[in-house]
Structure formats: C-alpha cells, structure tokens
Design a protein around this ligand. Structure first.
Ligand code: UTP
Length: 302
C-alpha cells in the first residue's frame, strides 16, 4: 500500500536478512547458508517465511549473500520432483514440496557485501518504498505456538512508532545481544525505548532486555541507515540506527517483551535444542523421540 500524503504507513511486507557469514556454525556453513539448516524437516528460513505469512505479510523479500543459491531454489517450484511424486501418488510429500513455494510471494535481493545487518536492511528500500515493514532475522526462530509479530504490528499501528522485540536474558549473556534502555508504559508487555547499545559489556548494560530478531520499522529508517557509520565489529549495525531514532531524532521506539519460545538457529547448542523441542511435538516423530529421550536422560543420570 503506497503512503499517500496523509495515509499512515501500513505493514504489508516482510524483509528477511539472510546474508550473514554464519561463522558460528562452521564448517556446516562453509558452502551452505545457516538459514538452510533443517529444524526437524524444514530449513530454518521456511519457518520464518511461514511466520510472516501467518501474520498477513504475503510479500517477503529475502536478502541473500554468497552461497545463497540454495535459498532461492528452496522457494522455487521443482517440476521434476513434483512430477515424480505425482506419478507415485504421494500426496503427503507433494504437499510438503508445494508448501515451500506457495506459502508466500518470495522475492530475492543480493546484499552485495556482508557489511552488517543495518546494511542488509538498507538494501530493502526500493522494495518496500514509503511503507512500514517487518524485519524477521532468518536464523531466529519464534515458536509458532507463541506468536509475536501480530502484537508488534498492532503496536505499530496504534502508536505509529518503530517496534522492536525484546527478551529478558541473564545479565551474563547480555553481551551477546543488542540491549535496550527502557521506560515502563501502562502495558506490562510494552516498554518505551530511550536508547540501544549493541553487545555491551555486562557492567555497562542499561538493562537485561535483549533485542531479538523481529522488528517493525518505518520508512524513516532508510535515511538513517544511508549515513550510518560502521559500529561494533566494523559492521553497519541496525541497533545503532535504531538508537538514533530512540534518542528522539525521528519518532519513537517501543519494545514488545517476548516471553515465549525462541531459538537462535545460528548457534549450535540452540539449533540442537530447537530440533529436540520441535521434534518431540511433531505428529510423526514425537512419540518415539520422547520415549528415546526419556531413556537417554535416565542413562545420563547414571
Ligand atoms: P548474525 O550476526 O547472527 O549473522 O546476523 P552472522 O554474521 O552470519 O553470524 P555469525 O556470528 O558469523 O555466526 C544476524 C542476521 O543478520 C543477517 C544474518 O544472516 C542474520 O540473519 N546479516 C548479517 C545479513 O543479512 N547481512 C550481514 O551483513 C550481516
């Protein structure tokens, strides 16, 4: 929806940055993007695209980088595979193959160089134009049983502000995340953000509220990103651009505090946990896996 003079920006598009180098998961990610690592039976990024579609965002732009041809192929139809399954009459598998290509209208854009998350998001400007849009990190999986994006979009619409997802983390882990300085609002799940700092030392962290990979951004972000200097790690940081907004230069920033299940699938231990947690709830595998886990845990206890 185009933002005509007095219209409020509408959220209809999702942007999924998936162009990072995935160095925490080497060597698995040497020739394969981390977003294609499977969680039970689907690549991580398919869960993220499905989450966007479930929140009503059918137009999805994936920002890709090197080795990302697999992502492009995954969201395309595969006529020879479909034909073979049709011949066998295997409806179940055919539906699974169709689901990936039918779930949303998926577009691809190359980042060019992996200059940081802020740079990746900035590349989406032409696609999203003068509209607000959601950003979902391709390696950040929010359990579909704990929906987050609909609340964030509703807060954006009500407040006409930038919205970020936050999660409480142990103090000793805050250096792994962007961290928010906040003020309470009358909603216990929503805070006003007064500043943001990327991966602070625990001693300097303004809170234990960590930024997680869901955002609803307003088109003003692009002007800020265009002049954003490299920050922590020499990368153009989205957190730094959001800090500029939070400090009052271009509207307000609010945080929605997420208390549900989330997995960082770019982290080896979290990836394994995601497979176990979603595996035990899977209709086909769950019963066997749960039984095996109980026996395994008994053996671990000695
Ligand atoms: P991460 O910092 O988790 O990605 O970026 P990374 O650099 O691939 O991770 P490691 O630390 O080396 O393992 C968060 C998100 O931003 C994307 C990543 O793909 C991930 O979804 N990203 C990051 C980009 O799209 N482009 C970049 O230049 C950097």
């Amino acid at each position: 929806m185009v933002n005509s003079q007095n219209a409020k920006p509408q959220v209809t598009k999702a942007v999924i940055p998936a162009a990072g180098l995935g160095t925490r998961f080497l060597p698995a990610t040497k020739a394969m993007p981390k977003e294609m690592l499977p969680i039970v039976d689907k690549p991580a990024i398919q869960y993220v695209v499905e989450e966007a579609a479930a929140a009503g965002l059918q137009d999805v732009l994936i920002i890709t980088g090197r080795n990302k041809v697999n992502i492009t192929n995954h969201f395309d139809s595969v006529p020879e595979l479909e034909e073979a399954l049709e011949k066998k009459g295997d409806e179940k598998k055919l539906n699974r193959v169709h689901r990936a290509s039918d779930v949303a209208d998926v577009h691809m854009l190359r980042q060019g160089q992996p200059l940081g998350l802020g740079h990746a998001v900035g590349r989406a400007q032409q696609h999203v134009g003068e509209n607000s849009f959601a950003v979902l990190l391709g390696d950040d999986l929010i359990d579909e049983r704990d929906p987050l994006l609909p609340k964030m979009i509703a807060e954006h619409d009500a407040r006409q502000a930038t919205i970020i997802a936050l999660m409480e983390v142990p103090e000793e882990s805050i250096h792994l995340y962007g961290c928010a300085a906040t003020e309470a609002t009358d909603d216990p799940d929503v805070v006003r953000i007064t500043g943001l700092v990327e991966k602070p030392d625990p001693a300097d962290a303004p809170s234990n509220l960590a930024v997680i990979g869901r955002y609803v951004l307003r088109p003003e972000i692009f002007e800020i990103l265009a002049v954003q200097q490299p920050g922590r790690g020499g990368e153009i940081q989205l957190t730094d651009a959001l800090d500029t907004i939070a400090r009052g230069e271009s509207g307000e920033v609010y945080g929605v505090i997420f208390r549900g299940r989330r997995y960082d699938t770019g982290d080896k231990a979290d990836w394994i946990k995601a497979n176990v947690r979603l595996g035990v709830d899977n209709a086909e595998l769950g019963a066997d896996l749960r039984q095996w886990l109980i026996e395994f845990a008994d053996k671990l206890r000695g």
